[in-house]
Design a protein around this ligand. Sequence first.
Ligand code: FUB
Length: 348
Amino acid sequence: MPEETIQHINFDELNKKAISQPLIKHIYTADPSAHVFNGKIYIYPSHDIDAGEAFDDLGSHFAMEDYHVISMDAPTSEAKDNGIALHVNDVPWAAKQMWAPDAAEKDGKYYFFFPAKDYDGVFKIGVAISDSPTGPFKPQPNAIKKSLSIDPAVFKDDDENYYMYFGGIWGGQLQRWRTGIFNAEQPESPFAHLPKDDEPALCAKVAKLTDDLLEFAEDAKDIVIVDENNKPLLQGDIERRFFEASWMHKYKGKYYFSYSTGDTHFICYAIADNPYGPFKYAGRILNPVVGWTSHHSIVEFNGEWYLFYHDSSLSKGVTHLRNIKVTKIEYDENGLIKTINPYNDLKV
Ligand code: FUB
């Protein structure tokens, strides 16, 4: 995830044209997973810092150490930072890189899901528990068994089953698990072990969670995204294939799987009749934002739908110093989401 040139961007003009402004400005935040618990919005973001790591295609410069929970009474209200909810030093198995998290509520308890690299440099996913949606969260001593890669998103279905969607390629290491065993060869290469361009794309994963939400109840399955001819998207289809940042929401009985295309910077989505898919590619939700990464969540509040997302406008384009934002989303009469241009007619 190298820094791309931002010389051409006039940030005063960009901020004027932006459809929304940073929700908080006193810390850098990214990867906002938003939920409505007890009528209030809680956002579970990454907490970006400048740890002085060199930029590379593995995302080593995303060296985050802790998490803060942000709360809002409504999407237009002031956002409140509730302080440190979990720190890497409190997680026995986690060494570094606290990347995009999520949370779920069950029976009055709050479960915080987060990826981090273990002491062997392998991304796993952990869970931590609290009686409060804002934490502090007490981590389980070990990562979730058979968890791998990054970007957990936990979806509660109407039948009270909970599913975790996860995975990310390049620095997210999903391609290293293709045989079921972690492939540690060529550790510096984000591209080694990827499928060829004319092969089916690597898929995000889904696993139903156990009743206590602490483990996978089944082996993770592939989230296959198919094109207009019902053929799986190919790895070379870089404007549509999955890269990272899974999210699931349900609209009018259909399952909407949304995700980032990474190096082409779109948030796209695909639709299915059940939580496992296959999902049919349906289009773009968000055009590219300032900064290399794009990551989002979608949530309903008082009958309206909102996209929480991030860009790097607050840091004037520093890719690993991002800020969370929110905007409304709209569906057409066929349930398709209207594509959002984050800076109106200005392209980045
Ligand atoms: O925040 C670190 C990583 O950047 C996330 O895990 C990815 O989704 C991307 O946003």
